[in-house]
Structure formats: C-alpha cells, structure tokens
Write a protein that binds this ligand. Structure first.
Ligand SMILES: Cc1cc2nc3c(=O)[nH]c(=O)nc-3n(C[C@H](O)[C@H](O)[C@H](O)COP(=O)(O)OP(=O)(O)OC[C@H]3O[C@@H](n4cnc5c(N)ncnc54)[C@H](O)[C@@H]3O)c2cc1C
Length: 365
C-alpha cells in the first residue's frame, strides 16, 4: 500500500516537472530565430536594443562611430568617470565625441529602469556598490515643482529614483553587455555608417556601408543583415537615406526652440534650512512661455566626509533657460548673481552653500 502511495506521489511529481519542462521548451521554440542584426550606434539605446535582440538573433553587430571600447574608457575609476570632460584638457582624445555627455540632467522614466533591470540584472547592484550611488524616495526625499505644481506631494504611490550620471551609466551598461552577451555581439568601433544598402525593387534595406574613421581614405565596407536598427541618436541620417534611396517620406515636424544649460558637479553643504537640506532631489521645471528658467539638483554619488557641514552627496546641478538669456558660465560668482536675479530664492540659498568641484559647463541646442 505504502509503495503504491509513493509511486502515485512520484507519478504526480514527475508529471508536474515534465509539464514545466515542456512549457519552457514550448516557450523557447516559439521565439522566432534569425541570423544577423546590425545596430547603428552603440550608446545607451544601441546597447539596450542589442541586449534585447540576443533573444532573436544569433549574431548582432554594433557599428559605433566612437572608440568606446578603448582601455581608458573601459577602465576608468569612479573618480575619473566623474571628471570626464571636466578636467581633461583634450576630451576628444578619450574617444567620445559628438554625444553631449556633460552634466545636464537626464532622466529615465520608471519604464526605462525596469527594462535595464530585466536585461542587466546585476547593473543596479554594481552601480550601488562600485559608485556609491543611492536610491531615493521620490515621495519623501525630493521636492520637484513641475509646471508650477509640487509633484511629489500628490503621489499616491512612491517611486524609487536611482541617482547616477549618464556617462557612468553608459560605461557600466557597456561592461555588462560585453560580459553577459559578448559571445553573440560583435563591436565595430571607430567606424561610421555612411549609407544604407537597399533593394529598390523589393523596397527593403539589406545592409549598411561603413568606413573606418582611423583611415579616411579606406574604402567603405558592405555588411548585410536580416534586420537593421538605427540607434544613432537625435542627428540620425536615416530619414534622409530612406528618402534618397527608397523615396520613403517620414512625416516630421520642426520645432524651433532654443535652450541653454549651465551645468556642474558640486558637493552640497548645509544651508541652515533643514527642510531644504533634507531633500537630496530638488528642482523646478521651466514652464515656457510664462516662465523660461528651470533648475535641478540630483545626487549622483554619496561620499564619506569628515566635514560636518557636508550633506555627504555629490550632485549634478543644472540651470536651463528656454528662448531667453542663457545662464552664464564664465564664473561661479556670476552664475550666483544671475541665479539671485532670475530664480527662486531656495535655489540661490542652496547654490550659495554648494562647493563647485568640476567647473561650469554649457550646452546650447
Ligand atoms: C540637454 C539634453 C538633455 C537631455 N535630457 C534627456 C532626458 O532627460 N531623458 C532622456 O531620455 N533623454 C534626454 N536627452 C536625449 C539624450 O541625448 C538621449 O536620451 C540619449 O543620449 C539617447 O541615447 P541614444 O543611445 O539614443 O543616442 P546617443 O547617446 O546620441 O548615441 C548615439 C550613438 O550613435 C553613434 N553614431 C552616430 N552616428 C553614427 C553613425 N553614422 N555610425 C555609427 N555610429 C553613429 C554616436 O557616436 C553615439 O554613440 C537629452 C539630450 C540633451 C542634449
């Protein structure tokens, strides 16, 4: 009787295991498999796309215009990453040109964070442990005025905000991509895609032509694939190419808009106002055309310090002006003066007590 019972239980267990294996095999065989994908551009969206496509393609080639896999970029210490383009006299020698990598604020919506978590499960842990970044509560540790409304007081649910600068994030994603998916992904760096290879009779794009930037006289190389994704950023030439080669007109809308940023990295010190000091994330957006100036302070590293006045965070600080006089970058004193005249007194109070560490940078677009 006992044996009968045991074999009955074993039968049920093996049925469950078999069903599970069968289900997972079914799922994996349901995913269509293709041979080769090309991605133009190996910055954040190019790398995320590459990681995602590894499910569907056995080979992925990323063609990137900059020398992003050079030893210097891949082996930077956390401090060197922070100083990137700030202290270096000849930043282009580091092999990253064209992409605005200064400390203007970049925000990734919660959906973006979820995608990164799914594709690179170790990334967040590495950022927290290696770079001393921290996660903040949007509800309790921020004061964000968006279009004149204090956003966080109305949140019914909290959001976690990971404070990290964009450049560090990009470098760490690249390292994770190479570690996790390196066997499927080939990088062609220092090479620029110059044209699409198309079949006009079938109306298809079959590949790309690229050339090495190291030798401008070198002939272009043809590379074909089943799928081509353009991740070359906001100045992408794809629309022009598709129009010229396939007579494909993609509707576009031109917005005439001028924006000037002044940004820097600084250590926040106590202001004497405990309410301000208790908010690591603090900012106010411009609300054009009524209000053309905005500002943000976002922590990107926590630091150990013996200075009892320090709040223990390094933050990226950005001031922007839309379609109006841009904030100055010639000296910190002049910037303070400008802030006093043009922005909310809270921001002036914080800025006055902030220790600027990396020099003022400007960006206009
Ligand atoms: C002031 C400012 C603030 C911004 N704030 C935000 C923000 O808050 N949130 C946000 O999501 N975005 C923001 N952006 C946009 C930001 O640029 C993008 O979010 C981000 O850089 C997009 O990443 P990407 O990988 O698509 O493009 P990019 O980072 O621009 O990368 C494109 C890559 O393609 C490469 N490339 C270009 N042409 C070629 C070619 N022909 N062949 C091969 N490689 C090529 C480049 O070298 C580069 O590595 C901001 C931009 C600016 C200027």
């Amino acid at each position: 009787m006992l044996w009968l019972l045991i074999s009955f239980i074993l039968g049920i267990v093996s049925h469950i295991i078999y069903s599970k294996i069968k289900t997972s095999t079914q799922v994996s065989t349901d995913i269509p498999q293709y041979d080769h994908a090309i991605i133009i551009g190996g910055s954040i969206s190019g790398m995320v796309t590459a990681a995602y496509l590894t499910k569907y393609f056995s080979r992925i080639t990323i063609i990137e215009s900059d020398d992003v896999l050079n030893d210097e970029l891949m082996n930077f210490t956390p401090e060197e990453l922070l100083n990137y383009r700030c202290r270096d006299k000849n930043p282009s020698s580091l092999g990253r040109s064209g992409v605005p990598q200064i400390y203007q604020i970049h925000l990734m919506a919660a959906g973006g964070q979820l995608i990164l978590r799914e594709l690179f499960p170790r990334l967040e842990h590495r950022l927290i442990n290696k770079y001393n970044v921290r996660s903040y509560s949007l509800k309790n540790e921020s004061r964000l005025v968006i279009n004149d409304v204090l956003l966080n007081q109305n949140l019914t649910e909290d959001f976690k905000w990971l404070g990290i600068d964009r450049f560090t994030l990009e470098i760490e994603i690249r390292k994770e991509l190479c570690l996790q998916y390196g066997h499927q992904i080939q990088w062609i760096c220092n090479s620029k895609v110059t044209q699409l290879i198309v079949d006009q009779s079938l109306n298809t794009v079959n590949g790309v032509k690229y050339r090495s930037k190291q030798n401008s006289d070198a002939p272009t190389v043809d590379l074909c694939a089943d799928f081509i994704v353009d991740c070359s950023g906001r100045n992408s030439p794809s629309m022009k190419w598709l129009n010229e080669d396939l007579n494909l007109i993609i509707p576009t809308e031109q917005i005439h808009f001028g924006c000037g940023y002044t940004t820097f990295v600084g250590e926040r010190m106590k202001t004497g106002d405990s309410l301000l000091d208790s908010k690591p994330i603090i900012g106010c957006t411009a609300n054009s055309p009524e209000k053309n100036n905005g500002w943000f302070i976002i922590p990107i590293r926590t630091i150990k310090t013996t200075n009892e006045n320090s709040l223990g965070t390094i933050s990226t600080i950005a001031i922007n002006s839309n379609n109006s006089e841009y904030p100055p970058t010639d000296s910190f004193e002049n910037l303070l003066e400008w802030v006093k005249d043009n922005l909310h007194s809270d921001f002036y109070t914080i800025l006055k007590s902030t220790k600027e560490t990396n020099g003022l940078k400007s960006l206009y677009y």
